[in-house]
Write a protein that binds this ligand. Structure first.
Ligand SMILES: [Mg+2]
Length: 305
């Protein structure tokens, strides 16, 4: 399996190894996976001693392969009945490639076209973002998509009550702040000395915690949130409940997307897609059913739906 659906063991540190990368250009990876699976079943059991010696590794590969094939058949189930299904996507790092300055992020035209196509076909297409919903809407710019911002906080009425407290706290921090309304973020991607930046922001996180707020680190960013239980998982659950749907695919690239992955547990069809990178948290890749390596590869996978 390659391009649009890598195995979860196919980590970035394996990419340069010829046996592990499995990146053979662009093709029709999902169909190939099924064909390869059938070929495997027709293979004779290992009779050569060397092959037997490799059985343990082969078994792991088989488990991995089985996991991918199951995920692929789940994709088929989703695509067979789009009126019963939902596609929910993170924005930054998932639809929009990561850039040094978040304000320069852009969703490429191909991604916009693909999201529009899905929105016309599926019962629900939603974008769940750490940005505000309004900003996510501006960035993605596709009508017919539901936008939920601030990691789901926008669906929680209690969150707004903490807004003043969070802004007061942000005013006490000697670091450029990104104001997201219900939360604030301190980015350190551009910091000259990343270690020093992280050390300072870890102190900020401690102070936020002491002030009754909730600090959360993401990809080169510290976010300060209100002490209101909301995350991308509660957002996904709320969206699916509201629409009465039990089938969903979720794609994301960061730690906060793990909550959304968990929200798919117990659904009739739940497909967790990690958009991996050198910065991707290991837990996200481990928890994923399918792994792609970039936003363009995610589009290839979405193109199958
Ligand atoms: Mg993201």
């Amino acid at each position: 399996m390659h391009v649009a659906a890598h195995g979860v063991r196919d980590r970035p540190d394996h990419r340069d190894q010829p046996d592990c990368g499995q990146r053979r250009g662009h093709g029709t990876p999902l169909l190939e996976a099924r064909e390869q699976d059938q070929e495997r079943h027709h293979d004779d059991p290992a009779s050569d001693p060397e092959e037997r010696a490799e059985e343990a590794g082969d078994e792991a590969d088989e488990n991995e392969h089985g996991r991918i094939v199951r995920a692929v058949s789940e994709l088929d189930r989703l695509a067979e009945a789009p009126d019963l299904a939902s596609i929910i996507l993170d924005v930054d790092g998932t639809l929009a490639p990561i850039v040094h300055k978040p304000e320069q992020a852009a969703v490429p035209e191909e991604a916009r076209r693909e999201v529009a196509r899905l929105a016309g076909r599926y019962a629900l297409v939603a974008c769940v973002s750490g940005r505000t919903g309004e900003d996510a809407r501006r960035l993605v710019g596709v009508d017919g998509v539901r936008y939920v911002g601030s990691h789901g906080l926008e669906l929680e009425p209690d969150a707004a009550r903490w807004s003043d407290e969070i802004h007061r706290f942000a005013g006490s921090v000697d670091w450029p702040v990104e104001d997201k309304g219900l939360t604030v973020s301190f980015h350190y991607r551009e910091a000259e000395d990343e270690d020093a930046a992280l050390e300072y922001l870890e102190e900020v996180a401690e102070r936020a915690r002491a002030a009754g707020l909730v600090p959360r680190f993401g990809r080169k960013v510290l976010e300060i949130r209100p002490p209101v239980h909301a995350d991308k998982g509660t957002a996904v659950t709320a969206l699916l409940d509201e629409a009465g749907l039990r089938r969903a695919l979720y794609a994301g690239d960061d730690t906060t997307d793990l909550d959304a992955f968990r929200a798919l547990d117990g659904l009739e069809v739940g497909i967790r897609v990690a958009v991996s990178s050198d910065e991707a948290p290991h837990e996200l890749v481990s928890a994923a059913d399918l792994v792609v390596w970039s936003p363009p590869e995610l589009l290839e996978l979405l193109g199958r739906l």
